[in-house]
Design a protein around this ligand. Structure first.
Ligand code: NAD
Length: 262
């Protein structure tokens, strides 16, 4: 479906990444102004250039979501440049290292929690404050199917994405009185993209009973576990973000939408 987002604006964290970019292009194509936030300013500038052809307002902000001051500054800048923020896609994330539970590195566990949990909290809080003032809006928090069923060798990532789904349920209750809907999105195997390639390589490197030590074989093993026998595309993820933000989803809040091909 195509939604009319003309005159609306979306703020996207992780806007330089694969899913953030696909979602930015989708919303711009449907008329929305876009604010991108990311650590990677070079890649973000490339995405902004691609967005230019849609003739919608575009703003970019170098921002580390683990720092609440950075997030507050970027929100203030986005409001200044775009007028208001109707939708927030709370999407920046880090997959973590791949290791068995008894060997999972402590510093990487902390890093995953800092980005995927504390970072998501900072953005959720800033979005709630803005939307409470502006009279409402919609937020989509990026979780993962790893936040529904813990996959092997991804202890920190599973913990962080279970947390995102929990925060989504609580925030949906807290913010319903202000006309703010909060939902979560849980893709499973999405590609092509950085995370898909990285997970096949790193699952192979761990050497567990679940996957081959050959990345190409791991790809096939993973695809064979999907009833639809294919990866989901970045555009299919963007479609789900668009649906959850749209008026078609006006009575949906606190929900975790799984995008898994079965
Ligand atoms: P990606 O690595 O291409 O994009 C993630 C982006 O987040 C990057 O541009 C990165 O620079 C940015 N980022 C990381 N840490 C940041 C920080 N501290 N502050 C600001 N920006 C930061 O990956 P993607 O596939 O586009 O993933 C986007 C989201 O989707 C993530 O939350 C990920 O966990 C989730 N997800 C992805 C998949 C998948 O298969 N691709 C599946 C399920 C969930």
């Amino acid at each position: 479906a195509t939604y009319d987002f003309a005159g609306k604006t979306i703020l996207i964290t992780g806007g330089a990444g694969d899913i953030g970019k696909a979602t930015a292009l989708r919303f711009a194509a449907n008329g929305a102004g876009v604010a991108l936030l990311d650590l990677n300013e070079t890649k973000m500038a490339d995405v902004a250039r691609e967005l230019a052809e849609y003739n919608v307002p575009v703003a970019t902000f170098g921002c580390d979501v683990t720092t609440s001051e950075d997030v507050a500054k970027a929100f203030a800048g986005a409001v200044e440049q775009l007028g208001r923020i109707d939708y927030v896609f709370n999407n920046a994330g880090y997959q973590g290292l791949f290791a068995k539970t008894d060997e999972y590195p402590e510093d990487d566990f902390q890093k995953v929690i800092d980005i995927n949990v504390v970072g998501v909290f900072h953005v959720l809080k800033a979005a709630a404050q803005h939307m409470r003032e502006s009279g409402g809006g919609a937020i989509v928090n990026m979780a993962s199917y790893a936040g529904v069923v813990g996959p092997p060798n991804m202890l920190a990532y599973a913990a962080s994405k279970f947390a995102v789904i929990g925060m989504t349920q609580t925030a949906a209750k807290d913010l319903a009185p202000y006309g703010i809907r909060v939902n979560a999105l849980s893709p499973a195997l999405i590609g092509p993209g950085m995370m898909w390639t990285r997970q096949t390589e790193l699952q192979a490197a761990v050497g567990s009973q679940y996957f081959s030590s050959e990345p190409k074989v791991v790809e096939q093993q993973m695809i064979d576990s999907v009833p639809m026998r294919r990866l989901g595309s970045l555009e299919e993820v963007a479609n789900s973000v668009a649906f959850l933000m749209s008026e078609e989803a006006s009575y949906i809040t606190g929900f975790n939408l799984e995008i898994t091909g079965g």
